[in-house]
Design a protein around this ligand. Structure first.
Ligand code: VGL
Ligand code: ZN
Length: 240
């Protein structure tokens, strides 16, 4: 005869047995294919500890990205690449301090400390990135009077970097976005990738944010609304 305790134990075991394989599968359920590309956004010295616009815990994305990149046949990296005296620098607007905003012809612009000036050490990619198979490095923000958080479109909303054309030419359909910073270059890139018709995943633990004036929560809300999928690096299968 089964008493109440036996029945509960039996149920418990069944429930566990049923859960375990599902959980294991869910742990790495996304397998990048040849139509997938990883976009590694702005993992540059200026955004890392000691940099002029250091993102909190920014260095923690590097090992996560290096590991994840092994799952991708296609990897593209970006570099924020500003002129000296770039319009996004607070230092060129008298009386303005970093993290304040101004109105520019193309809209509202957050002002930043000088960062990622072309050819400087701060603009270099982190030496700890280990992605030798990355096939393209795209630079952005190189027009003095226009910023470009997005890897696809400059902040005027119309000047293309050419990245969508490149990816479409390579028959890429799915974009996975990682890097710095979640609420600026990662989010703007993910949103523009959606607008360009790609399926888009942002890998949360492979990104870190700046979070000024509620920007991080807003970025995640905007991305959710646009159909960007929020995933973790453990969701991606890295085959042996
Ligand atoms: C970025 C602020 C200014 C970024 C670039 O990479 O997210 N943020 N320039
Ligand atoms: Zn910048």
């Amino acid at each position: 005869m089964l008493n109440r305790r036996h029945i509960l134990t039996a149920l418990g075991t069944t429930a566990l047995a049923a859960l375990a394989p599902t959980k294991l599968l869910a742990a790495a359920s996304i397998k990048p294919d040849d139509a997938s590309a990883l976009l590694v956004i702005d993992v540059q010295n200026c955004f890392l500890p000691g940099g002029s616009l250091a993102v909190k815990e920014g260095e923690q994305v590097v090992p996560v990205i290096n590991k994840m990149a092994k799952a991708f046949a296609n990897v593209v990296m970006t570099q924020d690449w500003h002129t000296q005296g770039h319009v996004s620098f607070a230092s060129v607007h008298s009386g303005k301090k970093p993290f304040e905003t101004i109105d520019l012809p193309y809209g509202k612009q957050v002002l930043w400390p000088d960062h990622c000036v072309q050819g400087t050490d701060g603009a270099a990619l982190s030496k700890d990135l280990a992605i030798p198979h990355a096939e393209l490095i795209i630079r952005k923000g190189f027009h003095k009077d226009v910023d470009s958080y997005s890897a696809f479109l400059e902040a005027d909303g119309k000047t293309s970097t050419g990245l969508a054309g490149y990816l479409k030419g390579r028959k890429i359909k799915r974009i996975f976005v990682a890097g710095l910073a979640t609420d600026f270059c990662v989010a703007w890139t993910a949103l523009d990738a959606r607008k360009a018709g790609f399926e888009v995943y942002v890998v949360e633990d492979a990104c870190r944010g700046i979070d000024t004036q509620g920007s991080l929560a807003k970025a995640w809300a905007d991305m959710a609304k646009a159909g960007v999928k929020r995933i973790q690096s453990a969701d991606i299968a890295v085959s042996a």
